[in-house]
Design a protein around this ligand. Structure first.
Ligand SMILES: Cc1cc2nc3c(=O)[nH]c(=O)nc-3n(C[C@H](O)[C@H](O)[C@H](O)COP(=O)(O)OP(=O)(O)OC[C@H]3O[C@@H](n4cnc5c(N)ncnc54)[C@H](O)[C@@H]3O)c2cc1C
Length: 313
């Protein structure tokens, strides 16, 4: 593998893939470090809703490889490796990866987020044994069983609807008093005969010796055990920025602040997708960020303009 690139993109989700496509089409020598999961969060989504051009939705495992193919055809290169850190040397960024060091004049950070865990007893022991973050992967395994979904946002409701196609009963356990998901999901969930919603519920423990058999819950009236065959957890996302370890100022949520062109405080370093501050959290928005960042990187390489003073390193 070459080690010198004009643009290196960290992240193989829709933001990184779209940045790669745009950057390569602009004629820039471009490498994508995909991390572990090419396709990112979308890879396991059975039906991406609201993505332009696909009125019936599109599976993430179809859409992401299509964008990768398009980016490869435009000349982008790919490496299955994670970015471990960046250091400024002369006018280049030195990038540490498990596959060795690469150098780049511009870097686009599109490392996305991971689904948060509950942090309660039983979770670590039963991870992968009935606790899941992927309804479309595991729904066939819970055919005709009762399952619980934890959360009240878009992801929780969308995945509850997927599960309801297989499970006998889906119980949504939500900590708050109202669902925060968009109306399109709320209406369908409320009307669905297989889905029940319980509000003001704290899940205290996952039960089961070697597979999930239930959860211990608490509400205003006290505690109780609820029998379920599996637990699907969608309680929010944590940005993947720990690898930057102080090299970049992060916002209070751990996300990367950018300006309208996706430029960070470090010259030649941009961020795109749900890892950046105030991202919209939808696939189309991440794709748009990727395009904006690649265009800004191209302009920076052409004229060296950067609005902030820090040099990093
Ligand atoms: C259950 C669920 C359902 C959803 N449904 C929809 C929907 O229907 N419609 C919609 O518009 N949106 C939906 N979303 C939101 C959508 O998935 C995200 O907005 C979008 O995938 C974010 O893309 P991204 O590229 O910014 O980040 P991610 O998808 O998180 O991609 C990040 C990428 O970075 C890589 N990475 C991580 N660390 C490193 C590193 N150190 N170095 C290199 N690479 C790294 C990862 O491997 C991954 O490839 C859903 C989300 C969830 C959780």
């Amino acid at each position: 593998m070459d080690t010198d690139f004009e643009v290196v993109i960290a992240g193989g989700g829709i933001a990184g893939l779209t940045a790669a496509l745009t950057s390569a089409r602009l004629g820039r020598k471009t490498l994508v470090l995909t991390g572990d999961v090419l396709g990112g969060l979308l890879l396991s989504i059975e039906k991406i809703d609201g993505f332009p051009g696909f009125p019936e939705g599109v599976p993430g495992y179809d859409l992401c490889p299509m964008i990768q193919e398009q980016a490869t055809a435009a000349g982008a290169e790919f490496a299955v490796a994670a970015l471990d850190g960046i250091t400024r040397r002369d006018d280049r960024w030195q990038l540490k990866t498990a596959a060795g060091e690469v150098r780049a004049r511009a870097v686009i950070l599109a490392t996305g987020s991971t689904l948060k865990e509950l942090g309660i007893p039983g979770e670590a022991r039963l991870r992968g044994k009935g606790i899941s973050h992927c309804a479309s992967c595991d729904a066939p395994l819970v055919r005709n069983r009762t399952v619980a979904v934890i959360g009240g946002g878009d992801s929780a409701l969308q995945e509850a609807l997927t599960l309801a196609g297989f499970a006998e009963r889906v119980i949504i356990l939500h900590r708050g008093k109202a669902l925060s998901a968009q109306a399109a999901y709320r209406d369908r969930v409320v009307e669905h005969r297989k889905i029940e919603i319980r509000f003001d519920i704290v899940v205290e423990e996952v039960l089961g010796a070697d597979k999930v058999t239930g959860v211990r819950i608490r509400d205003a009236t006290g505690g109780a055990d609820l029998e379920v065959a599996a637990l699907f957890v969608y309680i929010g996302l944590a940005p993947t920025t720990a690898f930057l370890s102080g090299q970049l100022t992060l916002d209070p949520f751990g996300k990367i602040p950018v300006d309208g062109r996706m430029r960070t405080e470090l010259p030649g370093v941009l961020a795109a997708g749900i890892v950046r501050s105030e991202a919209a959290g939808r696939a189309a928005a991440s794709a748009g960020d990727g395009t904006t960042a690649a265009v800004a990187a191209d302009r920076y390489l052409a004229n060296g303009d950067w609005p902030f003073g820090k040099t990093g390193g």
